[in-house]
Design a protein around this ligand. Structure first.
Ligand SMILES: Cc1cc2nc3c(=O)[nH]c(=O)nc-3n(C[C@H](O)[C@H](O)[C@H](O)COP(=O)(O)O)c2cc1C
Length: 185
């Protein structure tokens, strides 16, 4: 059924969320390493490329998220684009009961990017960034980053998110060509 919203009634948050869920996205885990070495990650699908010259990207983080505080403090972050085998990582890094310290990465294949932030091995791509800007926008903050290094696995298939659920690309899996350039821990 098509639900129309218009006329006198302004759309509410629920309608907005539901309609936005029509927009299929990938899923990322945004990581950072605090100056004291503590490592952190959170699941984020509000991610976009912004500029080619210079290389800039953005993520939108809830204003009250720990991730925003930590990135503001460290000045660096990495966006890990999850591959279809990494749905469990999406759920893990979105779970509010996950450990608040570095042990959240225990047992996970993780390396260190150029900025020192955690890079999730097996991700389809990872973008190492220096914090470029913070723009308050309602209950979220738009975080822009200058890309200083990246890794990309051209054969990796992305994890998708659509209508509140996870998905995968249909069809044959393309051959994987691992090309990760990270320093293992
Ligand atoms: C698929 C998916 C996408 C998400 N995208 C975002 C997002 O774009 N921005 C955001 O602030 N939180 C997003 N979240 C929610 C956060 O991952 C979650 O609230 C997390 O616990 C926040 O970290 P914190 O508890 O350390 O503040 C998403 C969760 C899921 C499952």
């Amino acid at each position: 059924m098509t639900v129309l919203s218009g006329g006198d009634a302004a759309p509410g948050a629920r309608e907005f969320r539901t309609a936005m869920a029509a927009f299929a996205t990938g899923v990322t885990v945004v990581t950072t390493t605090a100056p004291d070495g503590e490592r952190y990650g959170m699941t984020v699908n509000a991610f976009s490329s912004v500029s080619l010259d210079p290389l800039l990207l953005l993520v939108c983080l809830r204003a009250d998220s720990r991730g925003l505080d930590l990135i503001d403090g460290s000045g660096v972050f990495t966006v890990n684009v999850l591959s279809e085998e990494q749905q469990d990582l999406s759920q893990w890094f979105a779970d509010r009961r996950r450990p608040a310290d570095s042990s959240v990465f225990e047992g996970l294949p993780v390396g260190r990017g150029a900025t020192g932030c955690p890079v999730l091995l097996g991700a389809a791509a990872s973008f190492d960034c220096r914090l470029h800007g913070l723009l308050g926008a309602g209950d979220h903050v738009v975080v822009t980053g200058s890309v200083v290094a990246l890794t990309h696995r051209p054969g990796a298939r992305p994890l998708l998110f659509h209508a509140g659920g996870y998905g995968r690309l249909a069809g044959e899996a393309a051959p994987a060509h691992p090309r990760l350039r990270v320093v293992p821990d």
